[in-house]
Design a protein around this ligand. Structure first.
Ligand code: AHR
Length: 518
């Protein structure tokens, strides 16, 4: 049965959620241990990624100072900044991705008319005029209130080049790099904390072996040091692609831990052989995406288990600095620009993945959705002067109460979502307690047919009120367009009732719900 044939059923479920009528189904029990919280969900799990790729930077974030059609501040779009500020973006990764290992930062400073034009060999072979460089990126981060995460060039750059970059942005004293920064108009250093030492060094970043890269990492990270700034630096090693556990093993074994604050991991929920349309997909394709999204749980567990062996005190973070869905580009767009639409499927994928990260916040302390604007699983799409927010944006916004809140362990005996003889857990849940003692529970029902009646037992806490928000739509393929930008947006969820420590709700098929209990 195709998802589009279930519209009536899903509409019934939506009406239930909005409190219009109720529908009986078997009850699922969830236990939230409000008295057992110990780890904090770092807000940096909710980070984003912006590469010089397609229209992420140019046209997406940056329109240039001469453009009068789109309101901007020093060339940076005001509408995009305003939308992203509502997500409280904690950090933004830049300039890549694969682009990072071809990027020479000195091309992107000083008067724009003097900056050299280069070719973006990874993404579409287009001319990169370097008008968006270090100052523009750090200005963007300041406008967003986000911490910058700079991905250094190891593949085609030198140790000296990367050391110079650190001095340029972080050193407050007198020295050749700091002096150049001042000449370029910035007196105070920015104090950039997060530095990536190469990207996908097993692939586009240099096709290295783990053993070779571990040595290279030791070299580069020695010079990317806190010496040049006031605050400690956080160095992130280029990590495994998916289930390459050997990679993580070698990095943890061969790199002295005093040089290493984070180890990366990349995982895209993509069927590389046949990615398929972002909007016109079958239930088989949807189920395949969900299978790959759930796989993140196994990957985090596998890499974290290796890290635990070498770092039992969990000092080193697992940084999932690229994740998301990856489909065919929209028809008629440049294949090198990776521009794809974003549906309720992506919202479900995001809710599920963020729950996985929250539940493993003991080790996953940073992550970056790929990518922020106009590329892959974007939260914002632009078309000249127009802008829209995607279903994934709404999930990111609904999950903001989890930022820096205390994780509350959850146990779920999830019913299964079965398709063509294969089953996945249909429910994904995480919970946290914020500073005001409010408890937030995010629930995702990936099953596009069956609503679920749920009883949540919150142990160690009692409540008198519950508020909820839901993101759902009649069809899992539903998405926002420039002509209908609010087709998918959060609504008040009236389907939950609280009685002391018990909460009862019915979650519609294919939906994301966030409850706040006081
Ligand atoms: O996000 C797109 C690309 O995917 C990045 O440039 C690269 O790191 C990954 O392979």
């Amino acid at each position: 049965m195709q998802p589009s044939m279930n519209v009536a059923r899903r509409l019934v479920a939506v009406l239930c959620a909005l409190g219009t009528f109720s529908l009986a189904s078997a009850q699922t029990r969830i236990v939230v241990n409000a008295d057992l919280g110990k780890d904090t969900i770092s807000r940096h799990i909710y980070g984003h990624f912006s590469e010089h790729l397609g229209h992420c930077i140019y046209g997406g974030f940056f329109v240039g100072e001469a453009n009068s059609q789109v309101p901007h501040t020093r060339g940076i779009r005001n509408d995009v900044v305003q939308a992203l500020k509502r997500l409280h973006i904690p950090n933004l990764r830049w300039p890549g991705g694969c682009f990072a290992d071809t990027y020479h930062w000195k091309d992107g400073i000083g008067p724009r008319e003097k900056r050299p034009a280069i070719v973006n060999t990874w993404w579409g072979g287009v001319t990169e005029d370097n008008s968006f460089g270090t100052h523009e990126f750090l200005d963007l981060c300041e406008q967003l209130g986000a911490e910058p995460y700079i991905s250094g060039n190891v593949g085609s750059g030198t140790v000296q080049e990367l050391t110079d970059w650190v001095q340029y942005v972080n050193f407050g004293g007198t020295g050749p790099m700091a002096n150049q920064r001042k000449q370029n108009g910035r007196m105070e250093p920015w104090q950039v904390r997060y530095w990536g030492i190469g990207n996908e060094t097993w692939g586009c970043g240099g096709n290295m072996t783990a053993e070779y890269y571990a040595n290279i990492y030791r070299l580069y990270s020695t010079f990317v040091s806190s010496t040049w700034g006031k605050s400690p630096i956080f160095r992130i090693a280029s990590g495994a692609g998916g289930g390459d556990y050997h990679w993580t093993e070698v990095l943890m074994r061969d790199i002295p831990h005093g040089l290493l604050e984070g180890v990366a991991l990349h995982h895209y929920s993509a069927n590389w052989g046949k990615k398929g349309s972002a909007t016109r997909f079958s239930e088989a394709e949807y189920f395949d995406t969900m299978t790959r999204a759930w796989h993140m749980e196994e990957l985090v567990k596998g890499h974290a288990t290796i890290m635990d062996r070498y770092d039992p005190k969990k000092k080193i973070a697992l940084v999932v600095d690229e994740w998301g869905g990856w489909y065919d580009v929209e028809p008629g767009t440049n294949p090198g620009f990776l521009f794809q639409q974003n549906t309720m499927r992506d919202a479900v994928l995001a809710g599920l993945t963020l729950n996985i990260f929250n539940n493993r916040c003991d080790r996953v302390r940073m992550a970056n959705l790929a990518q922020t604007v106009n590329v892959l699983q974007a939260v914002v799409l632009t078309d000249e002067a127009r802008m829209l927010t995607t279903p994934t944006y709404h999930v990111m916004e609904m999950y903001t109460p989890h930022h820096d809140a205390v994780l509350l362990p959850v146990s779920v005996n999830s019913p299964e979502y079965t398709f063509d003889g294969t089953s996945l857990p249909s429910l994904s849940v995480s919970a946290s307690r914020d500073r005001s003692d409010a408890v937030h529970i995010s629930l995702v029902n990936i099953d596009i047919h069956a609503p679920r009646e749920i009883e949540v037992d919150v142990r160690g806490a009692r409540f008198t009120s519950v508020k909820g928000r839901i993101l759902t739509s009649a069809k899992i393929q539903d998405h926002n367009t420039f002509d209908d930008p609010e087709k998918v947006k959060p609504q008040e969820f009236k389907g939950a009732k609280v009685d002391g420590s018990r909460v009862r709700l019915e979650i519609p098929a294919g939906s994301v719900v966030v409850l706040s209990l006081k």
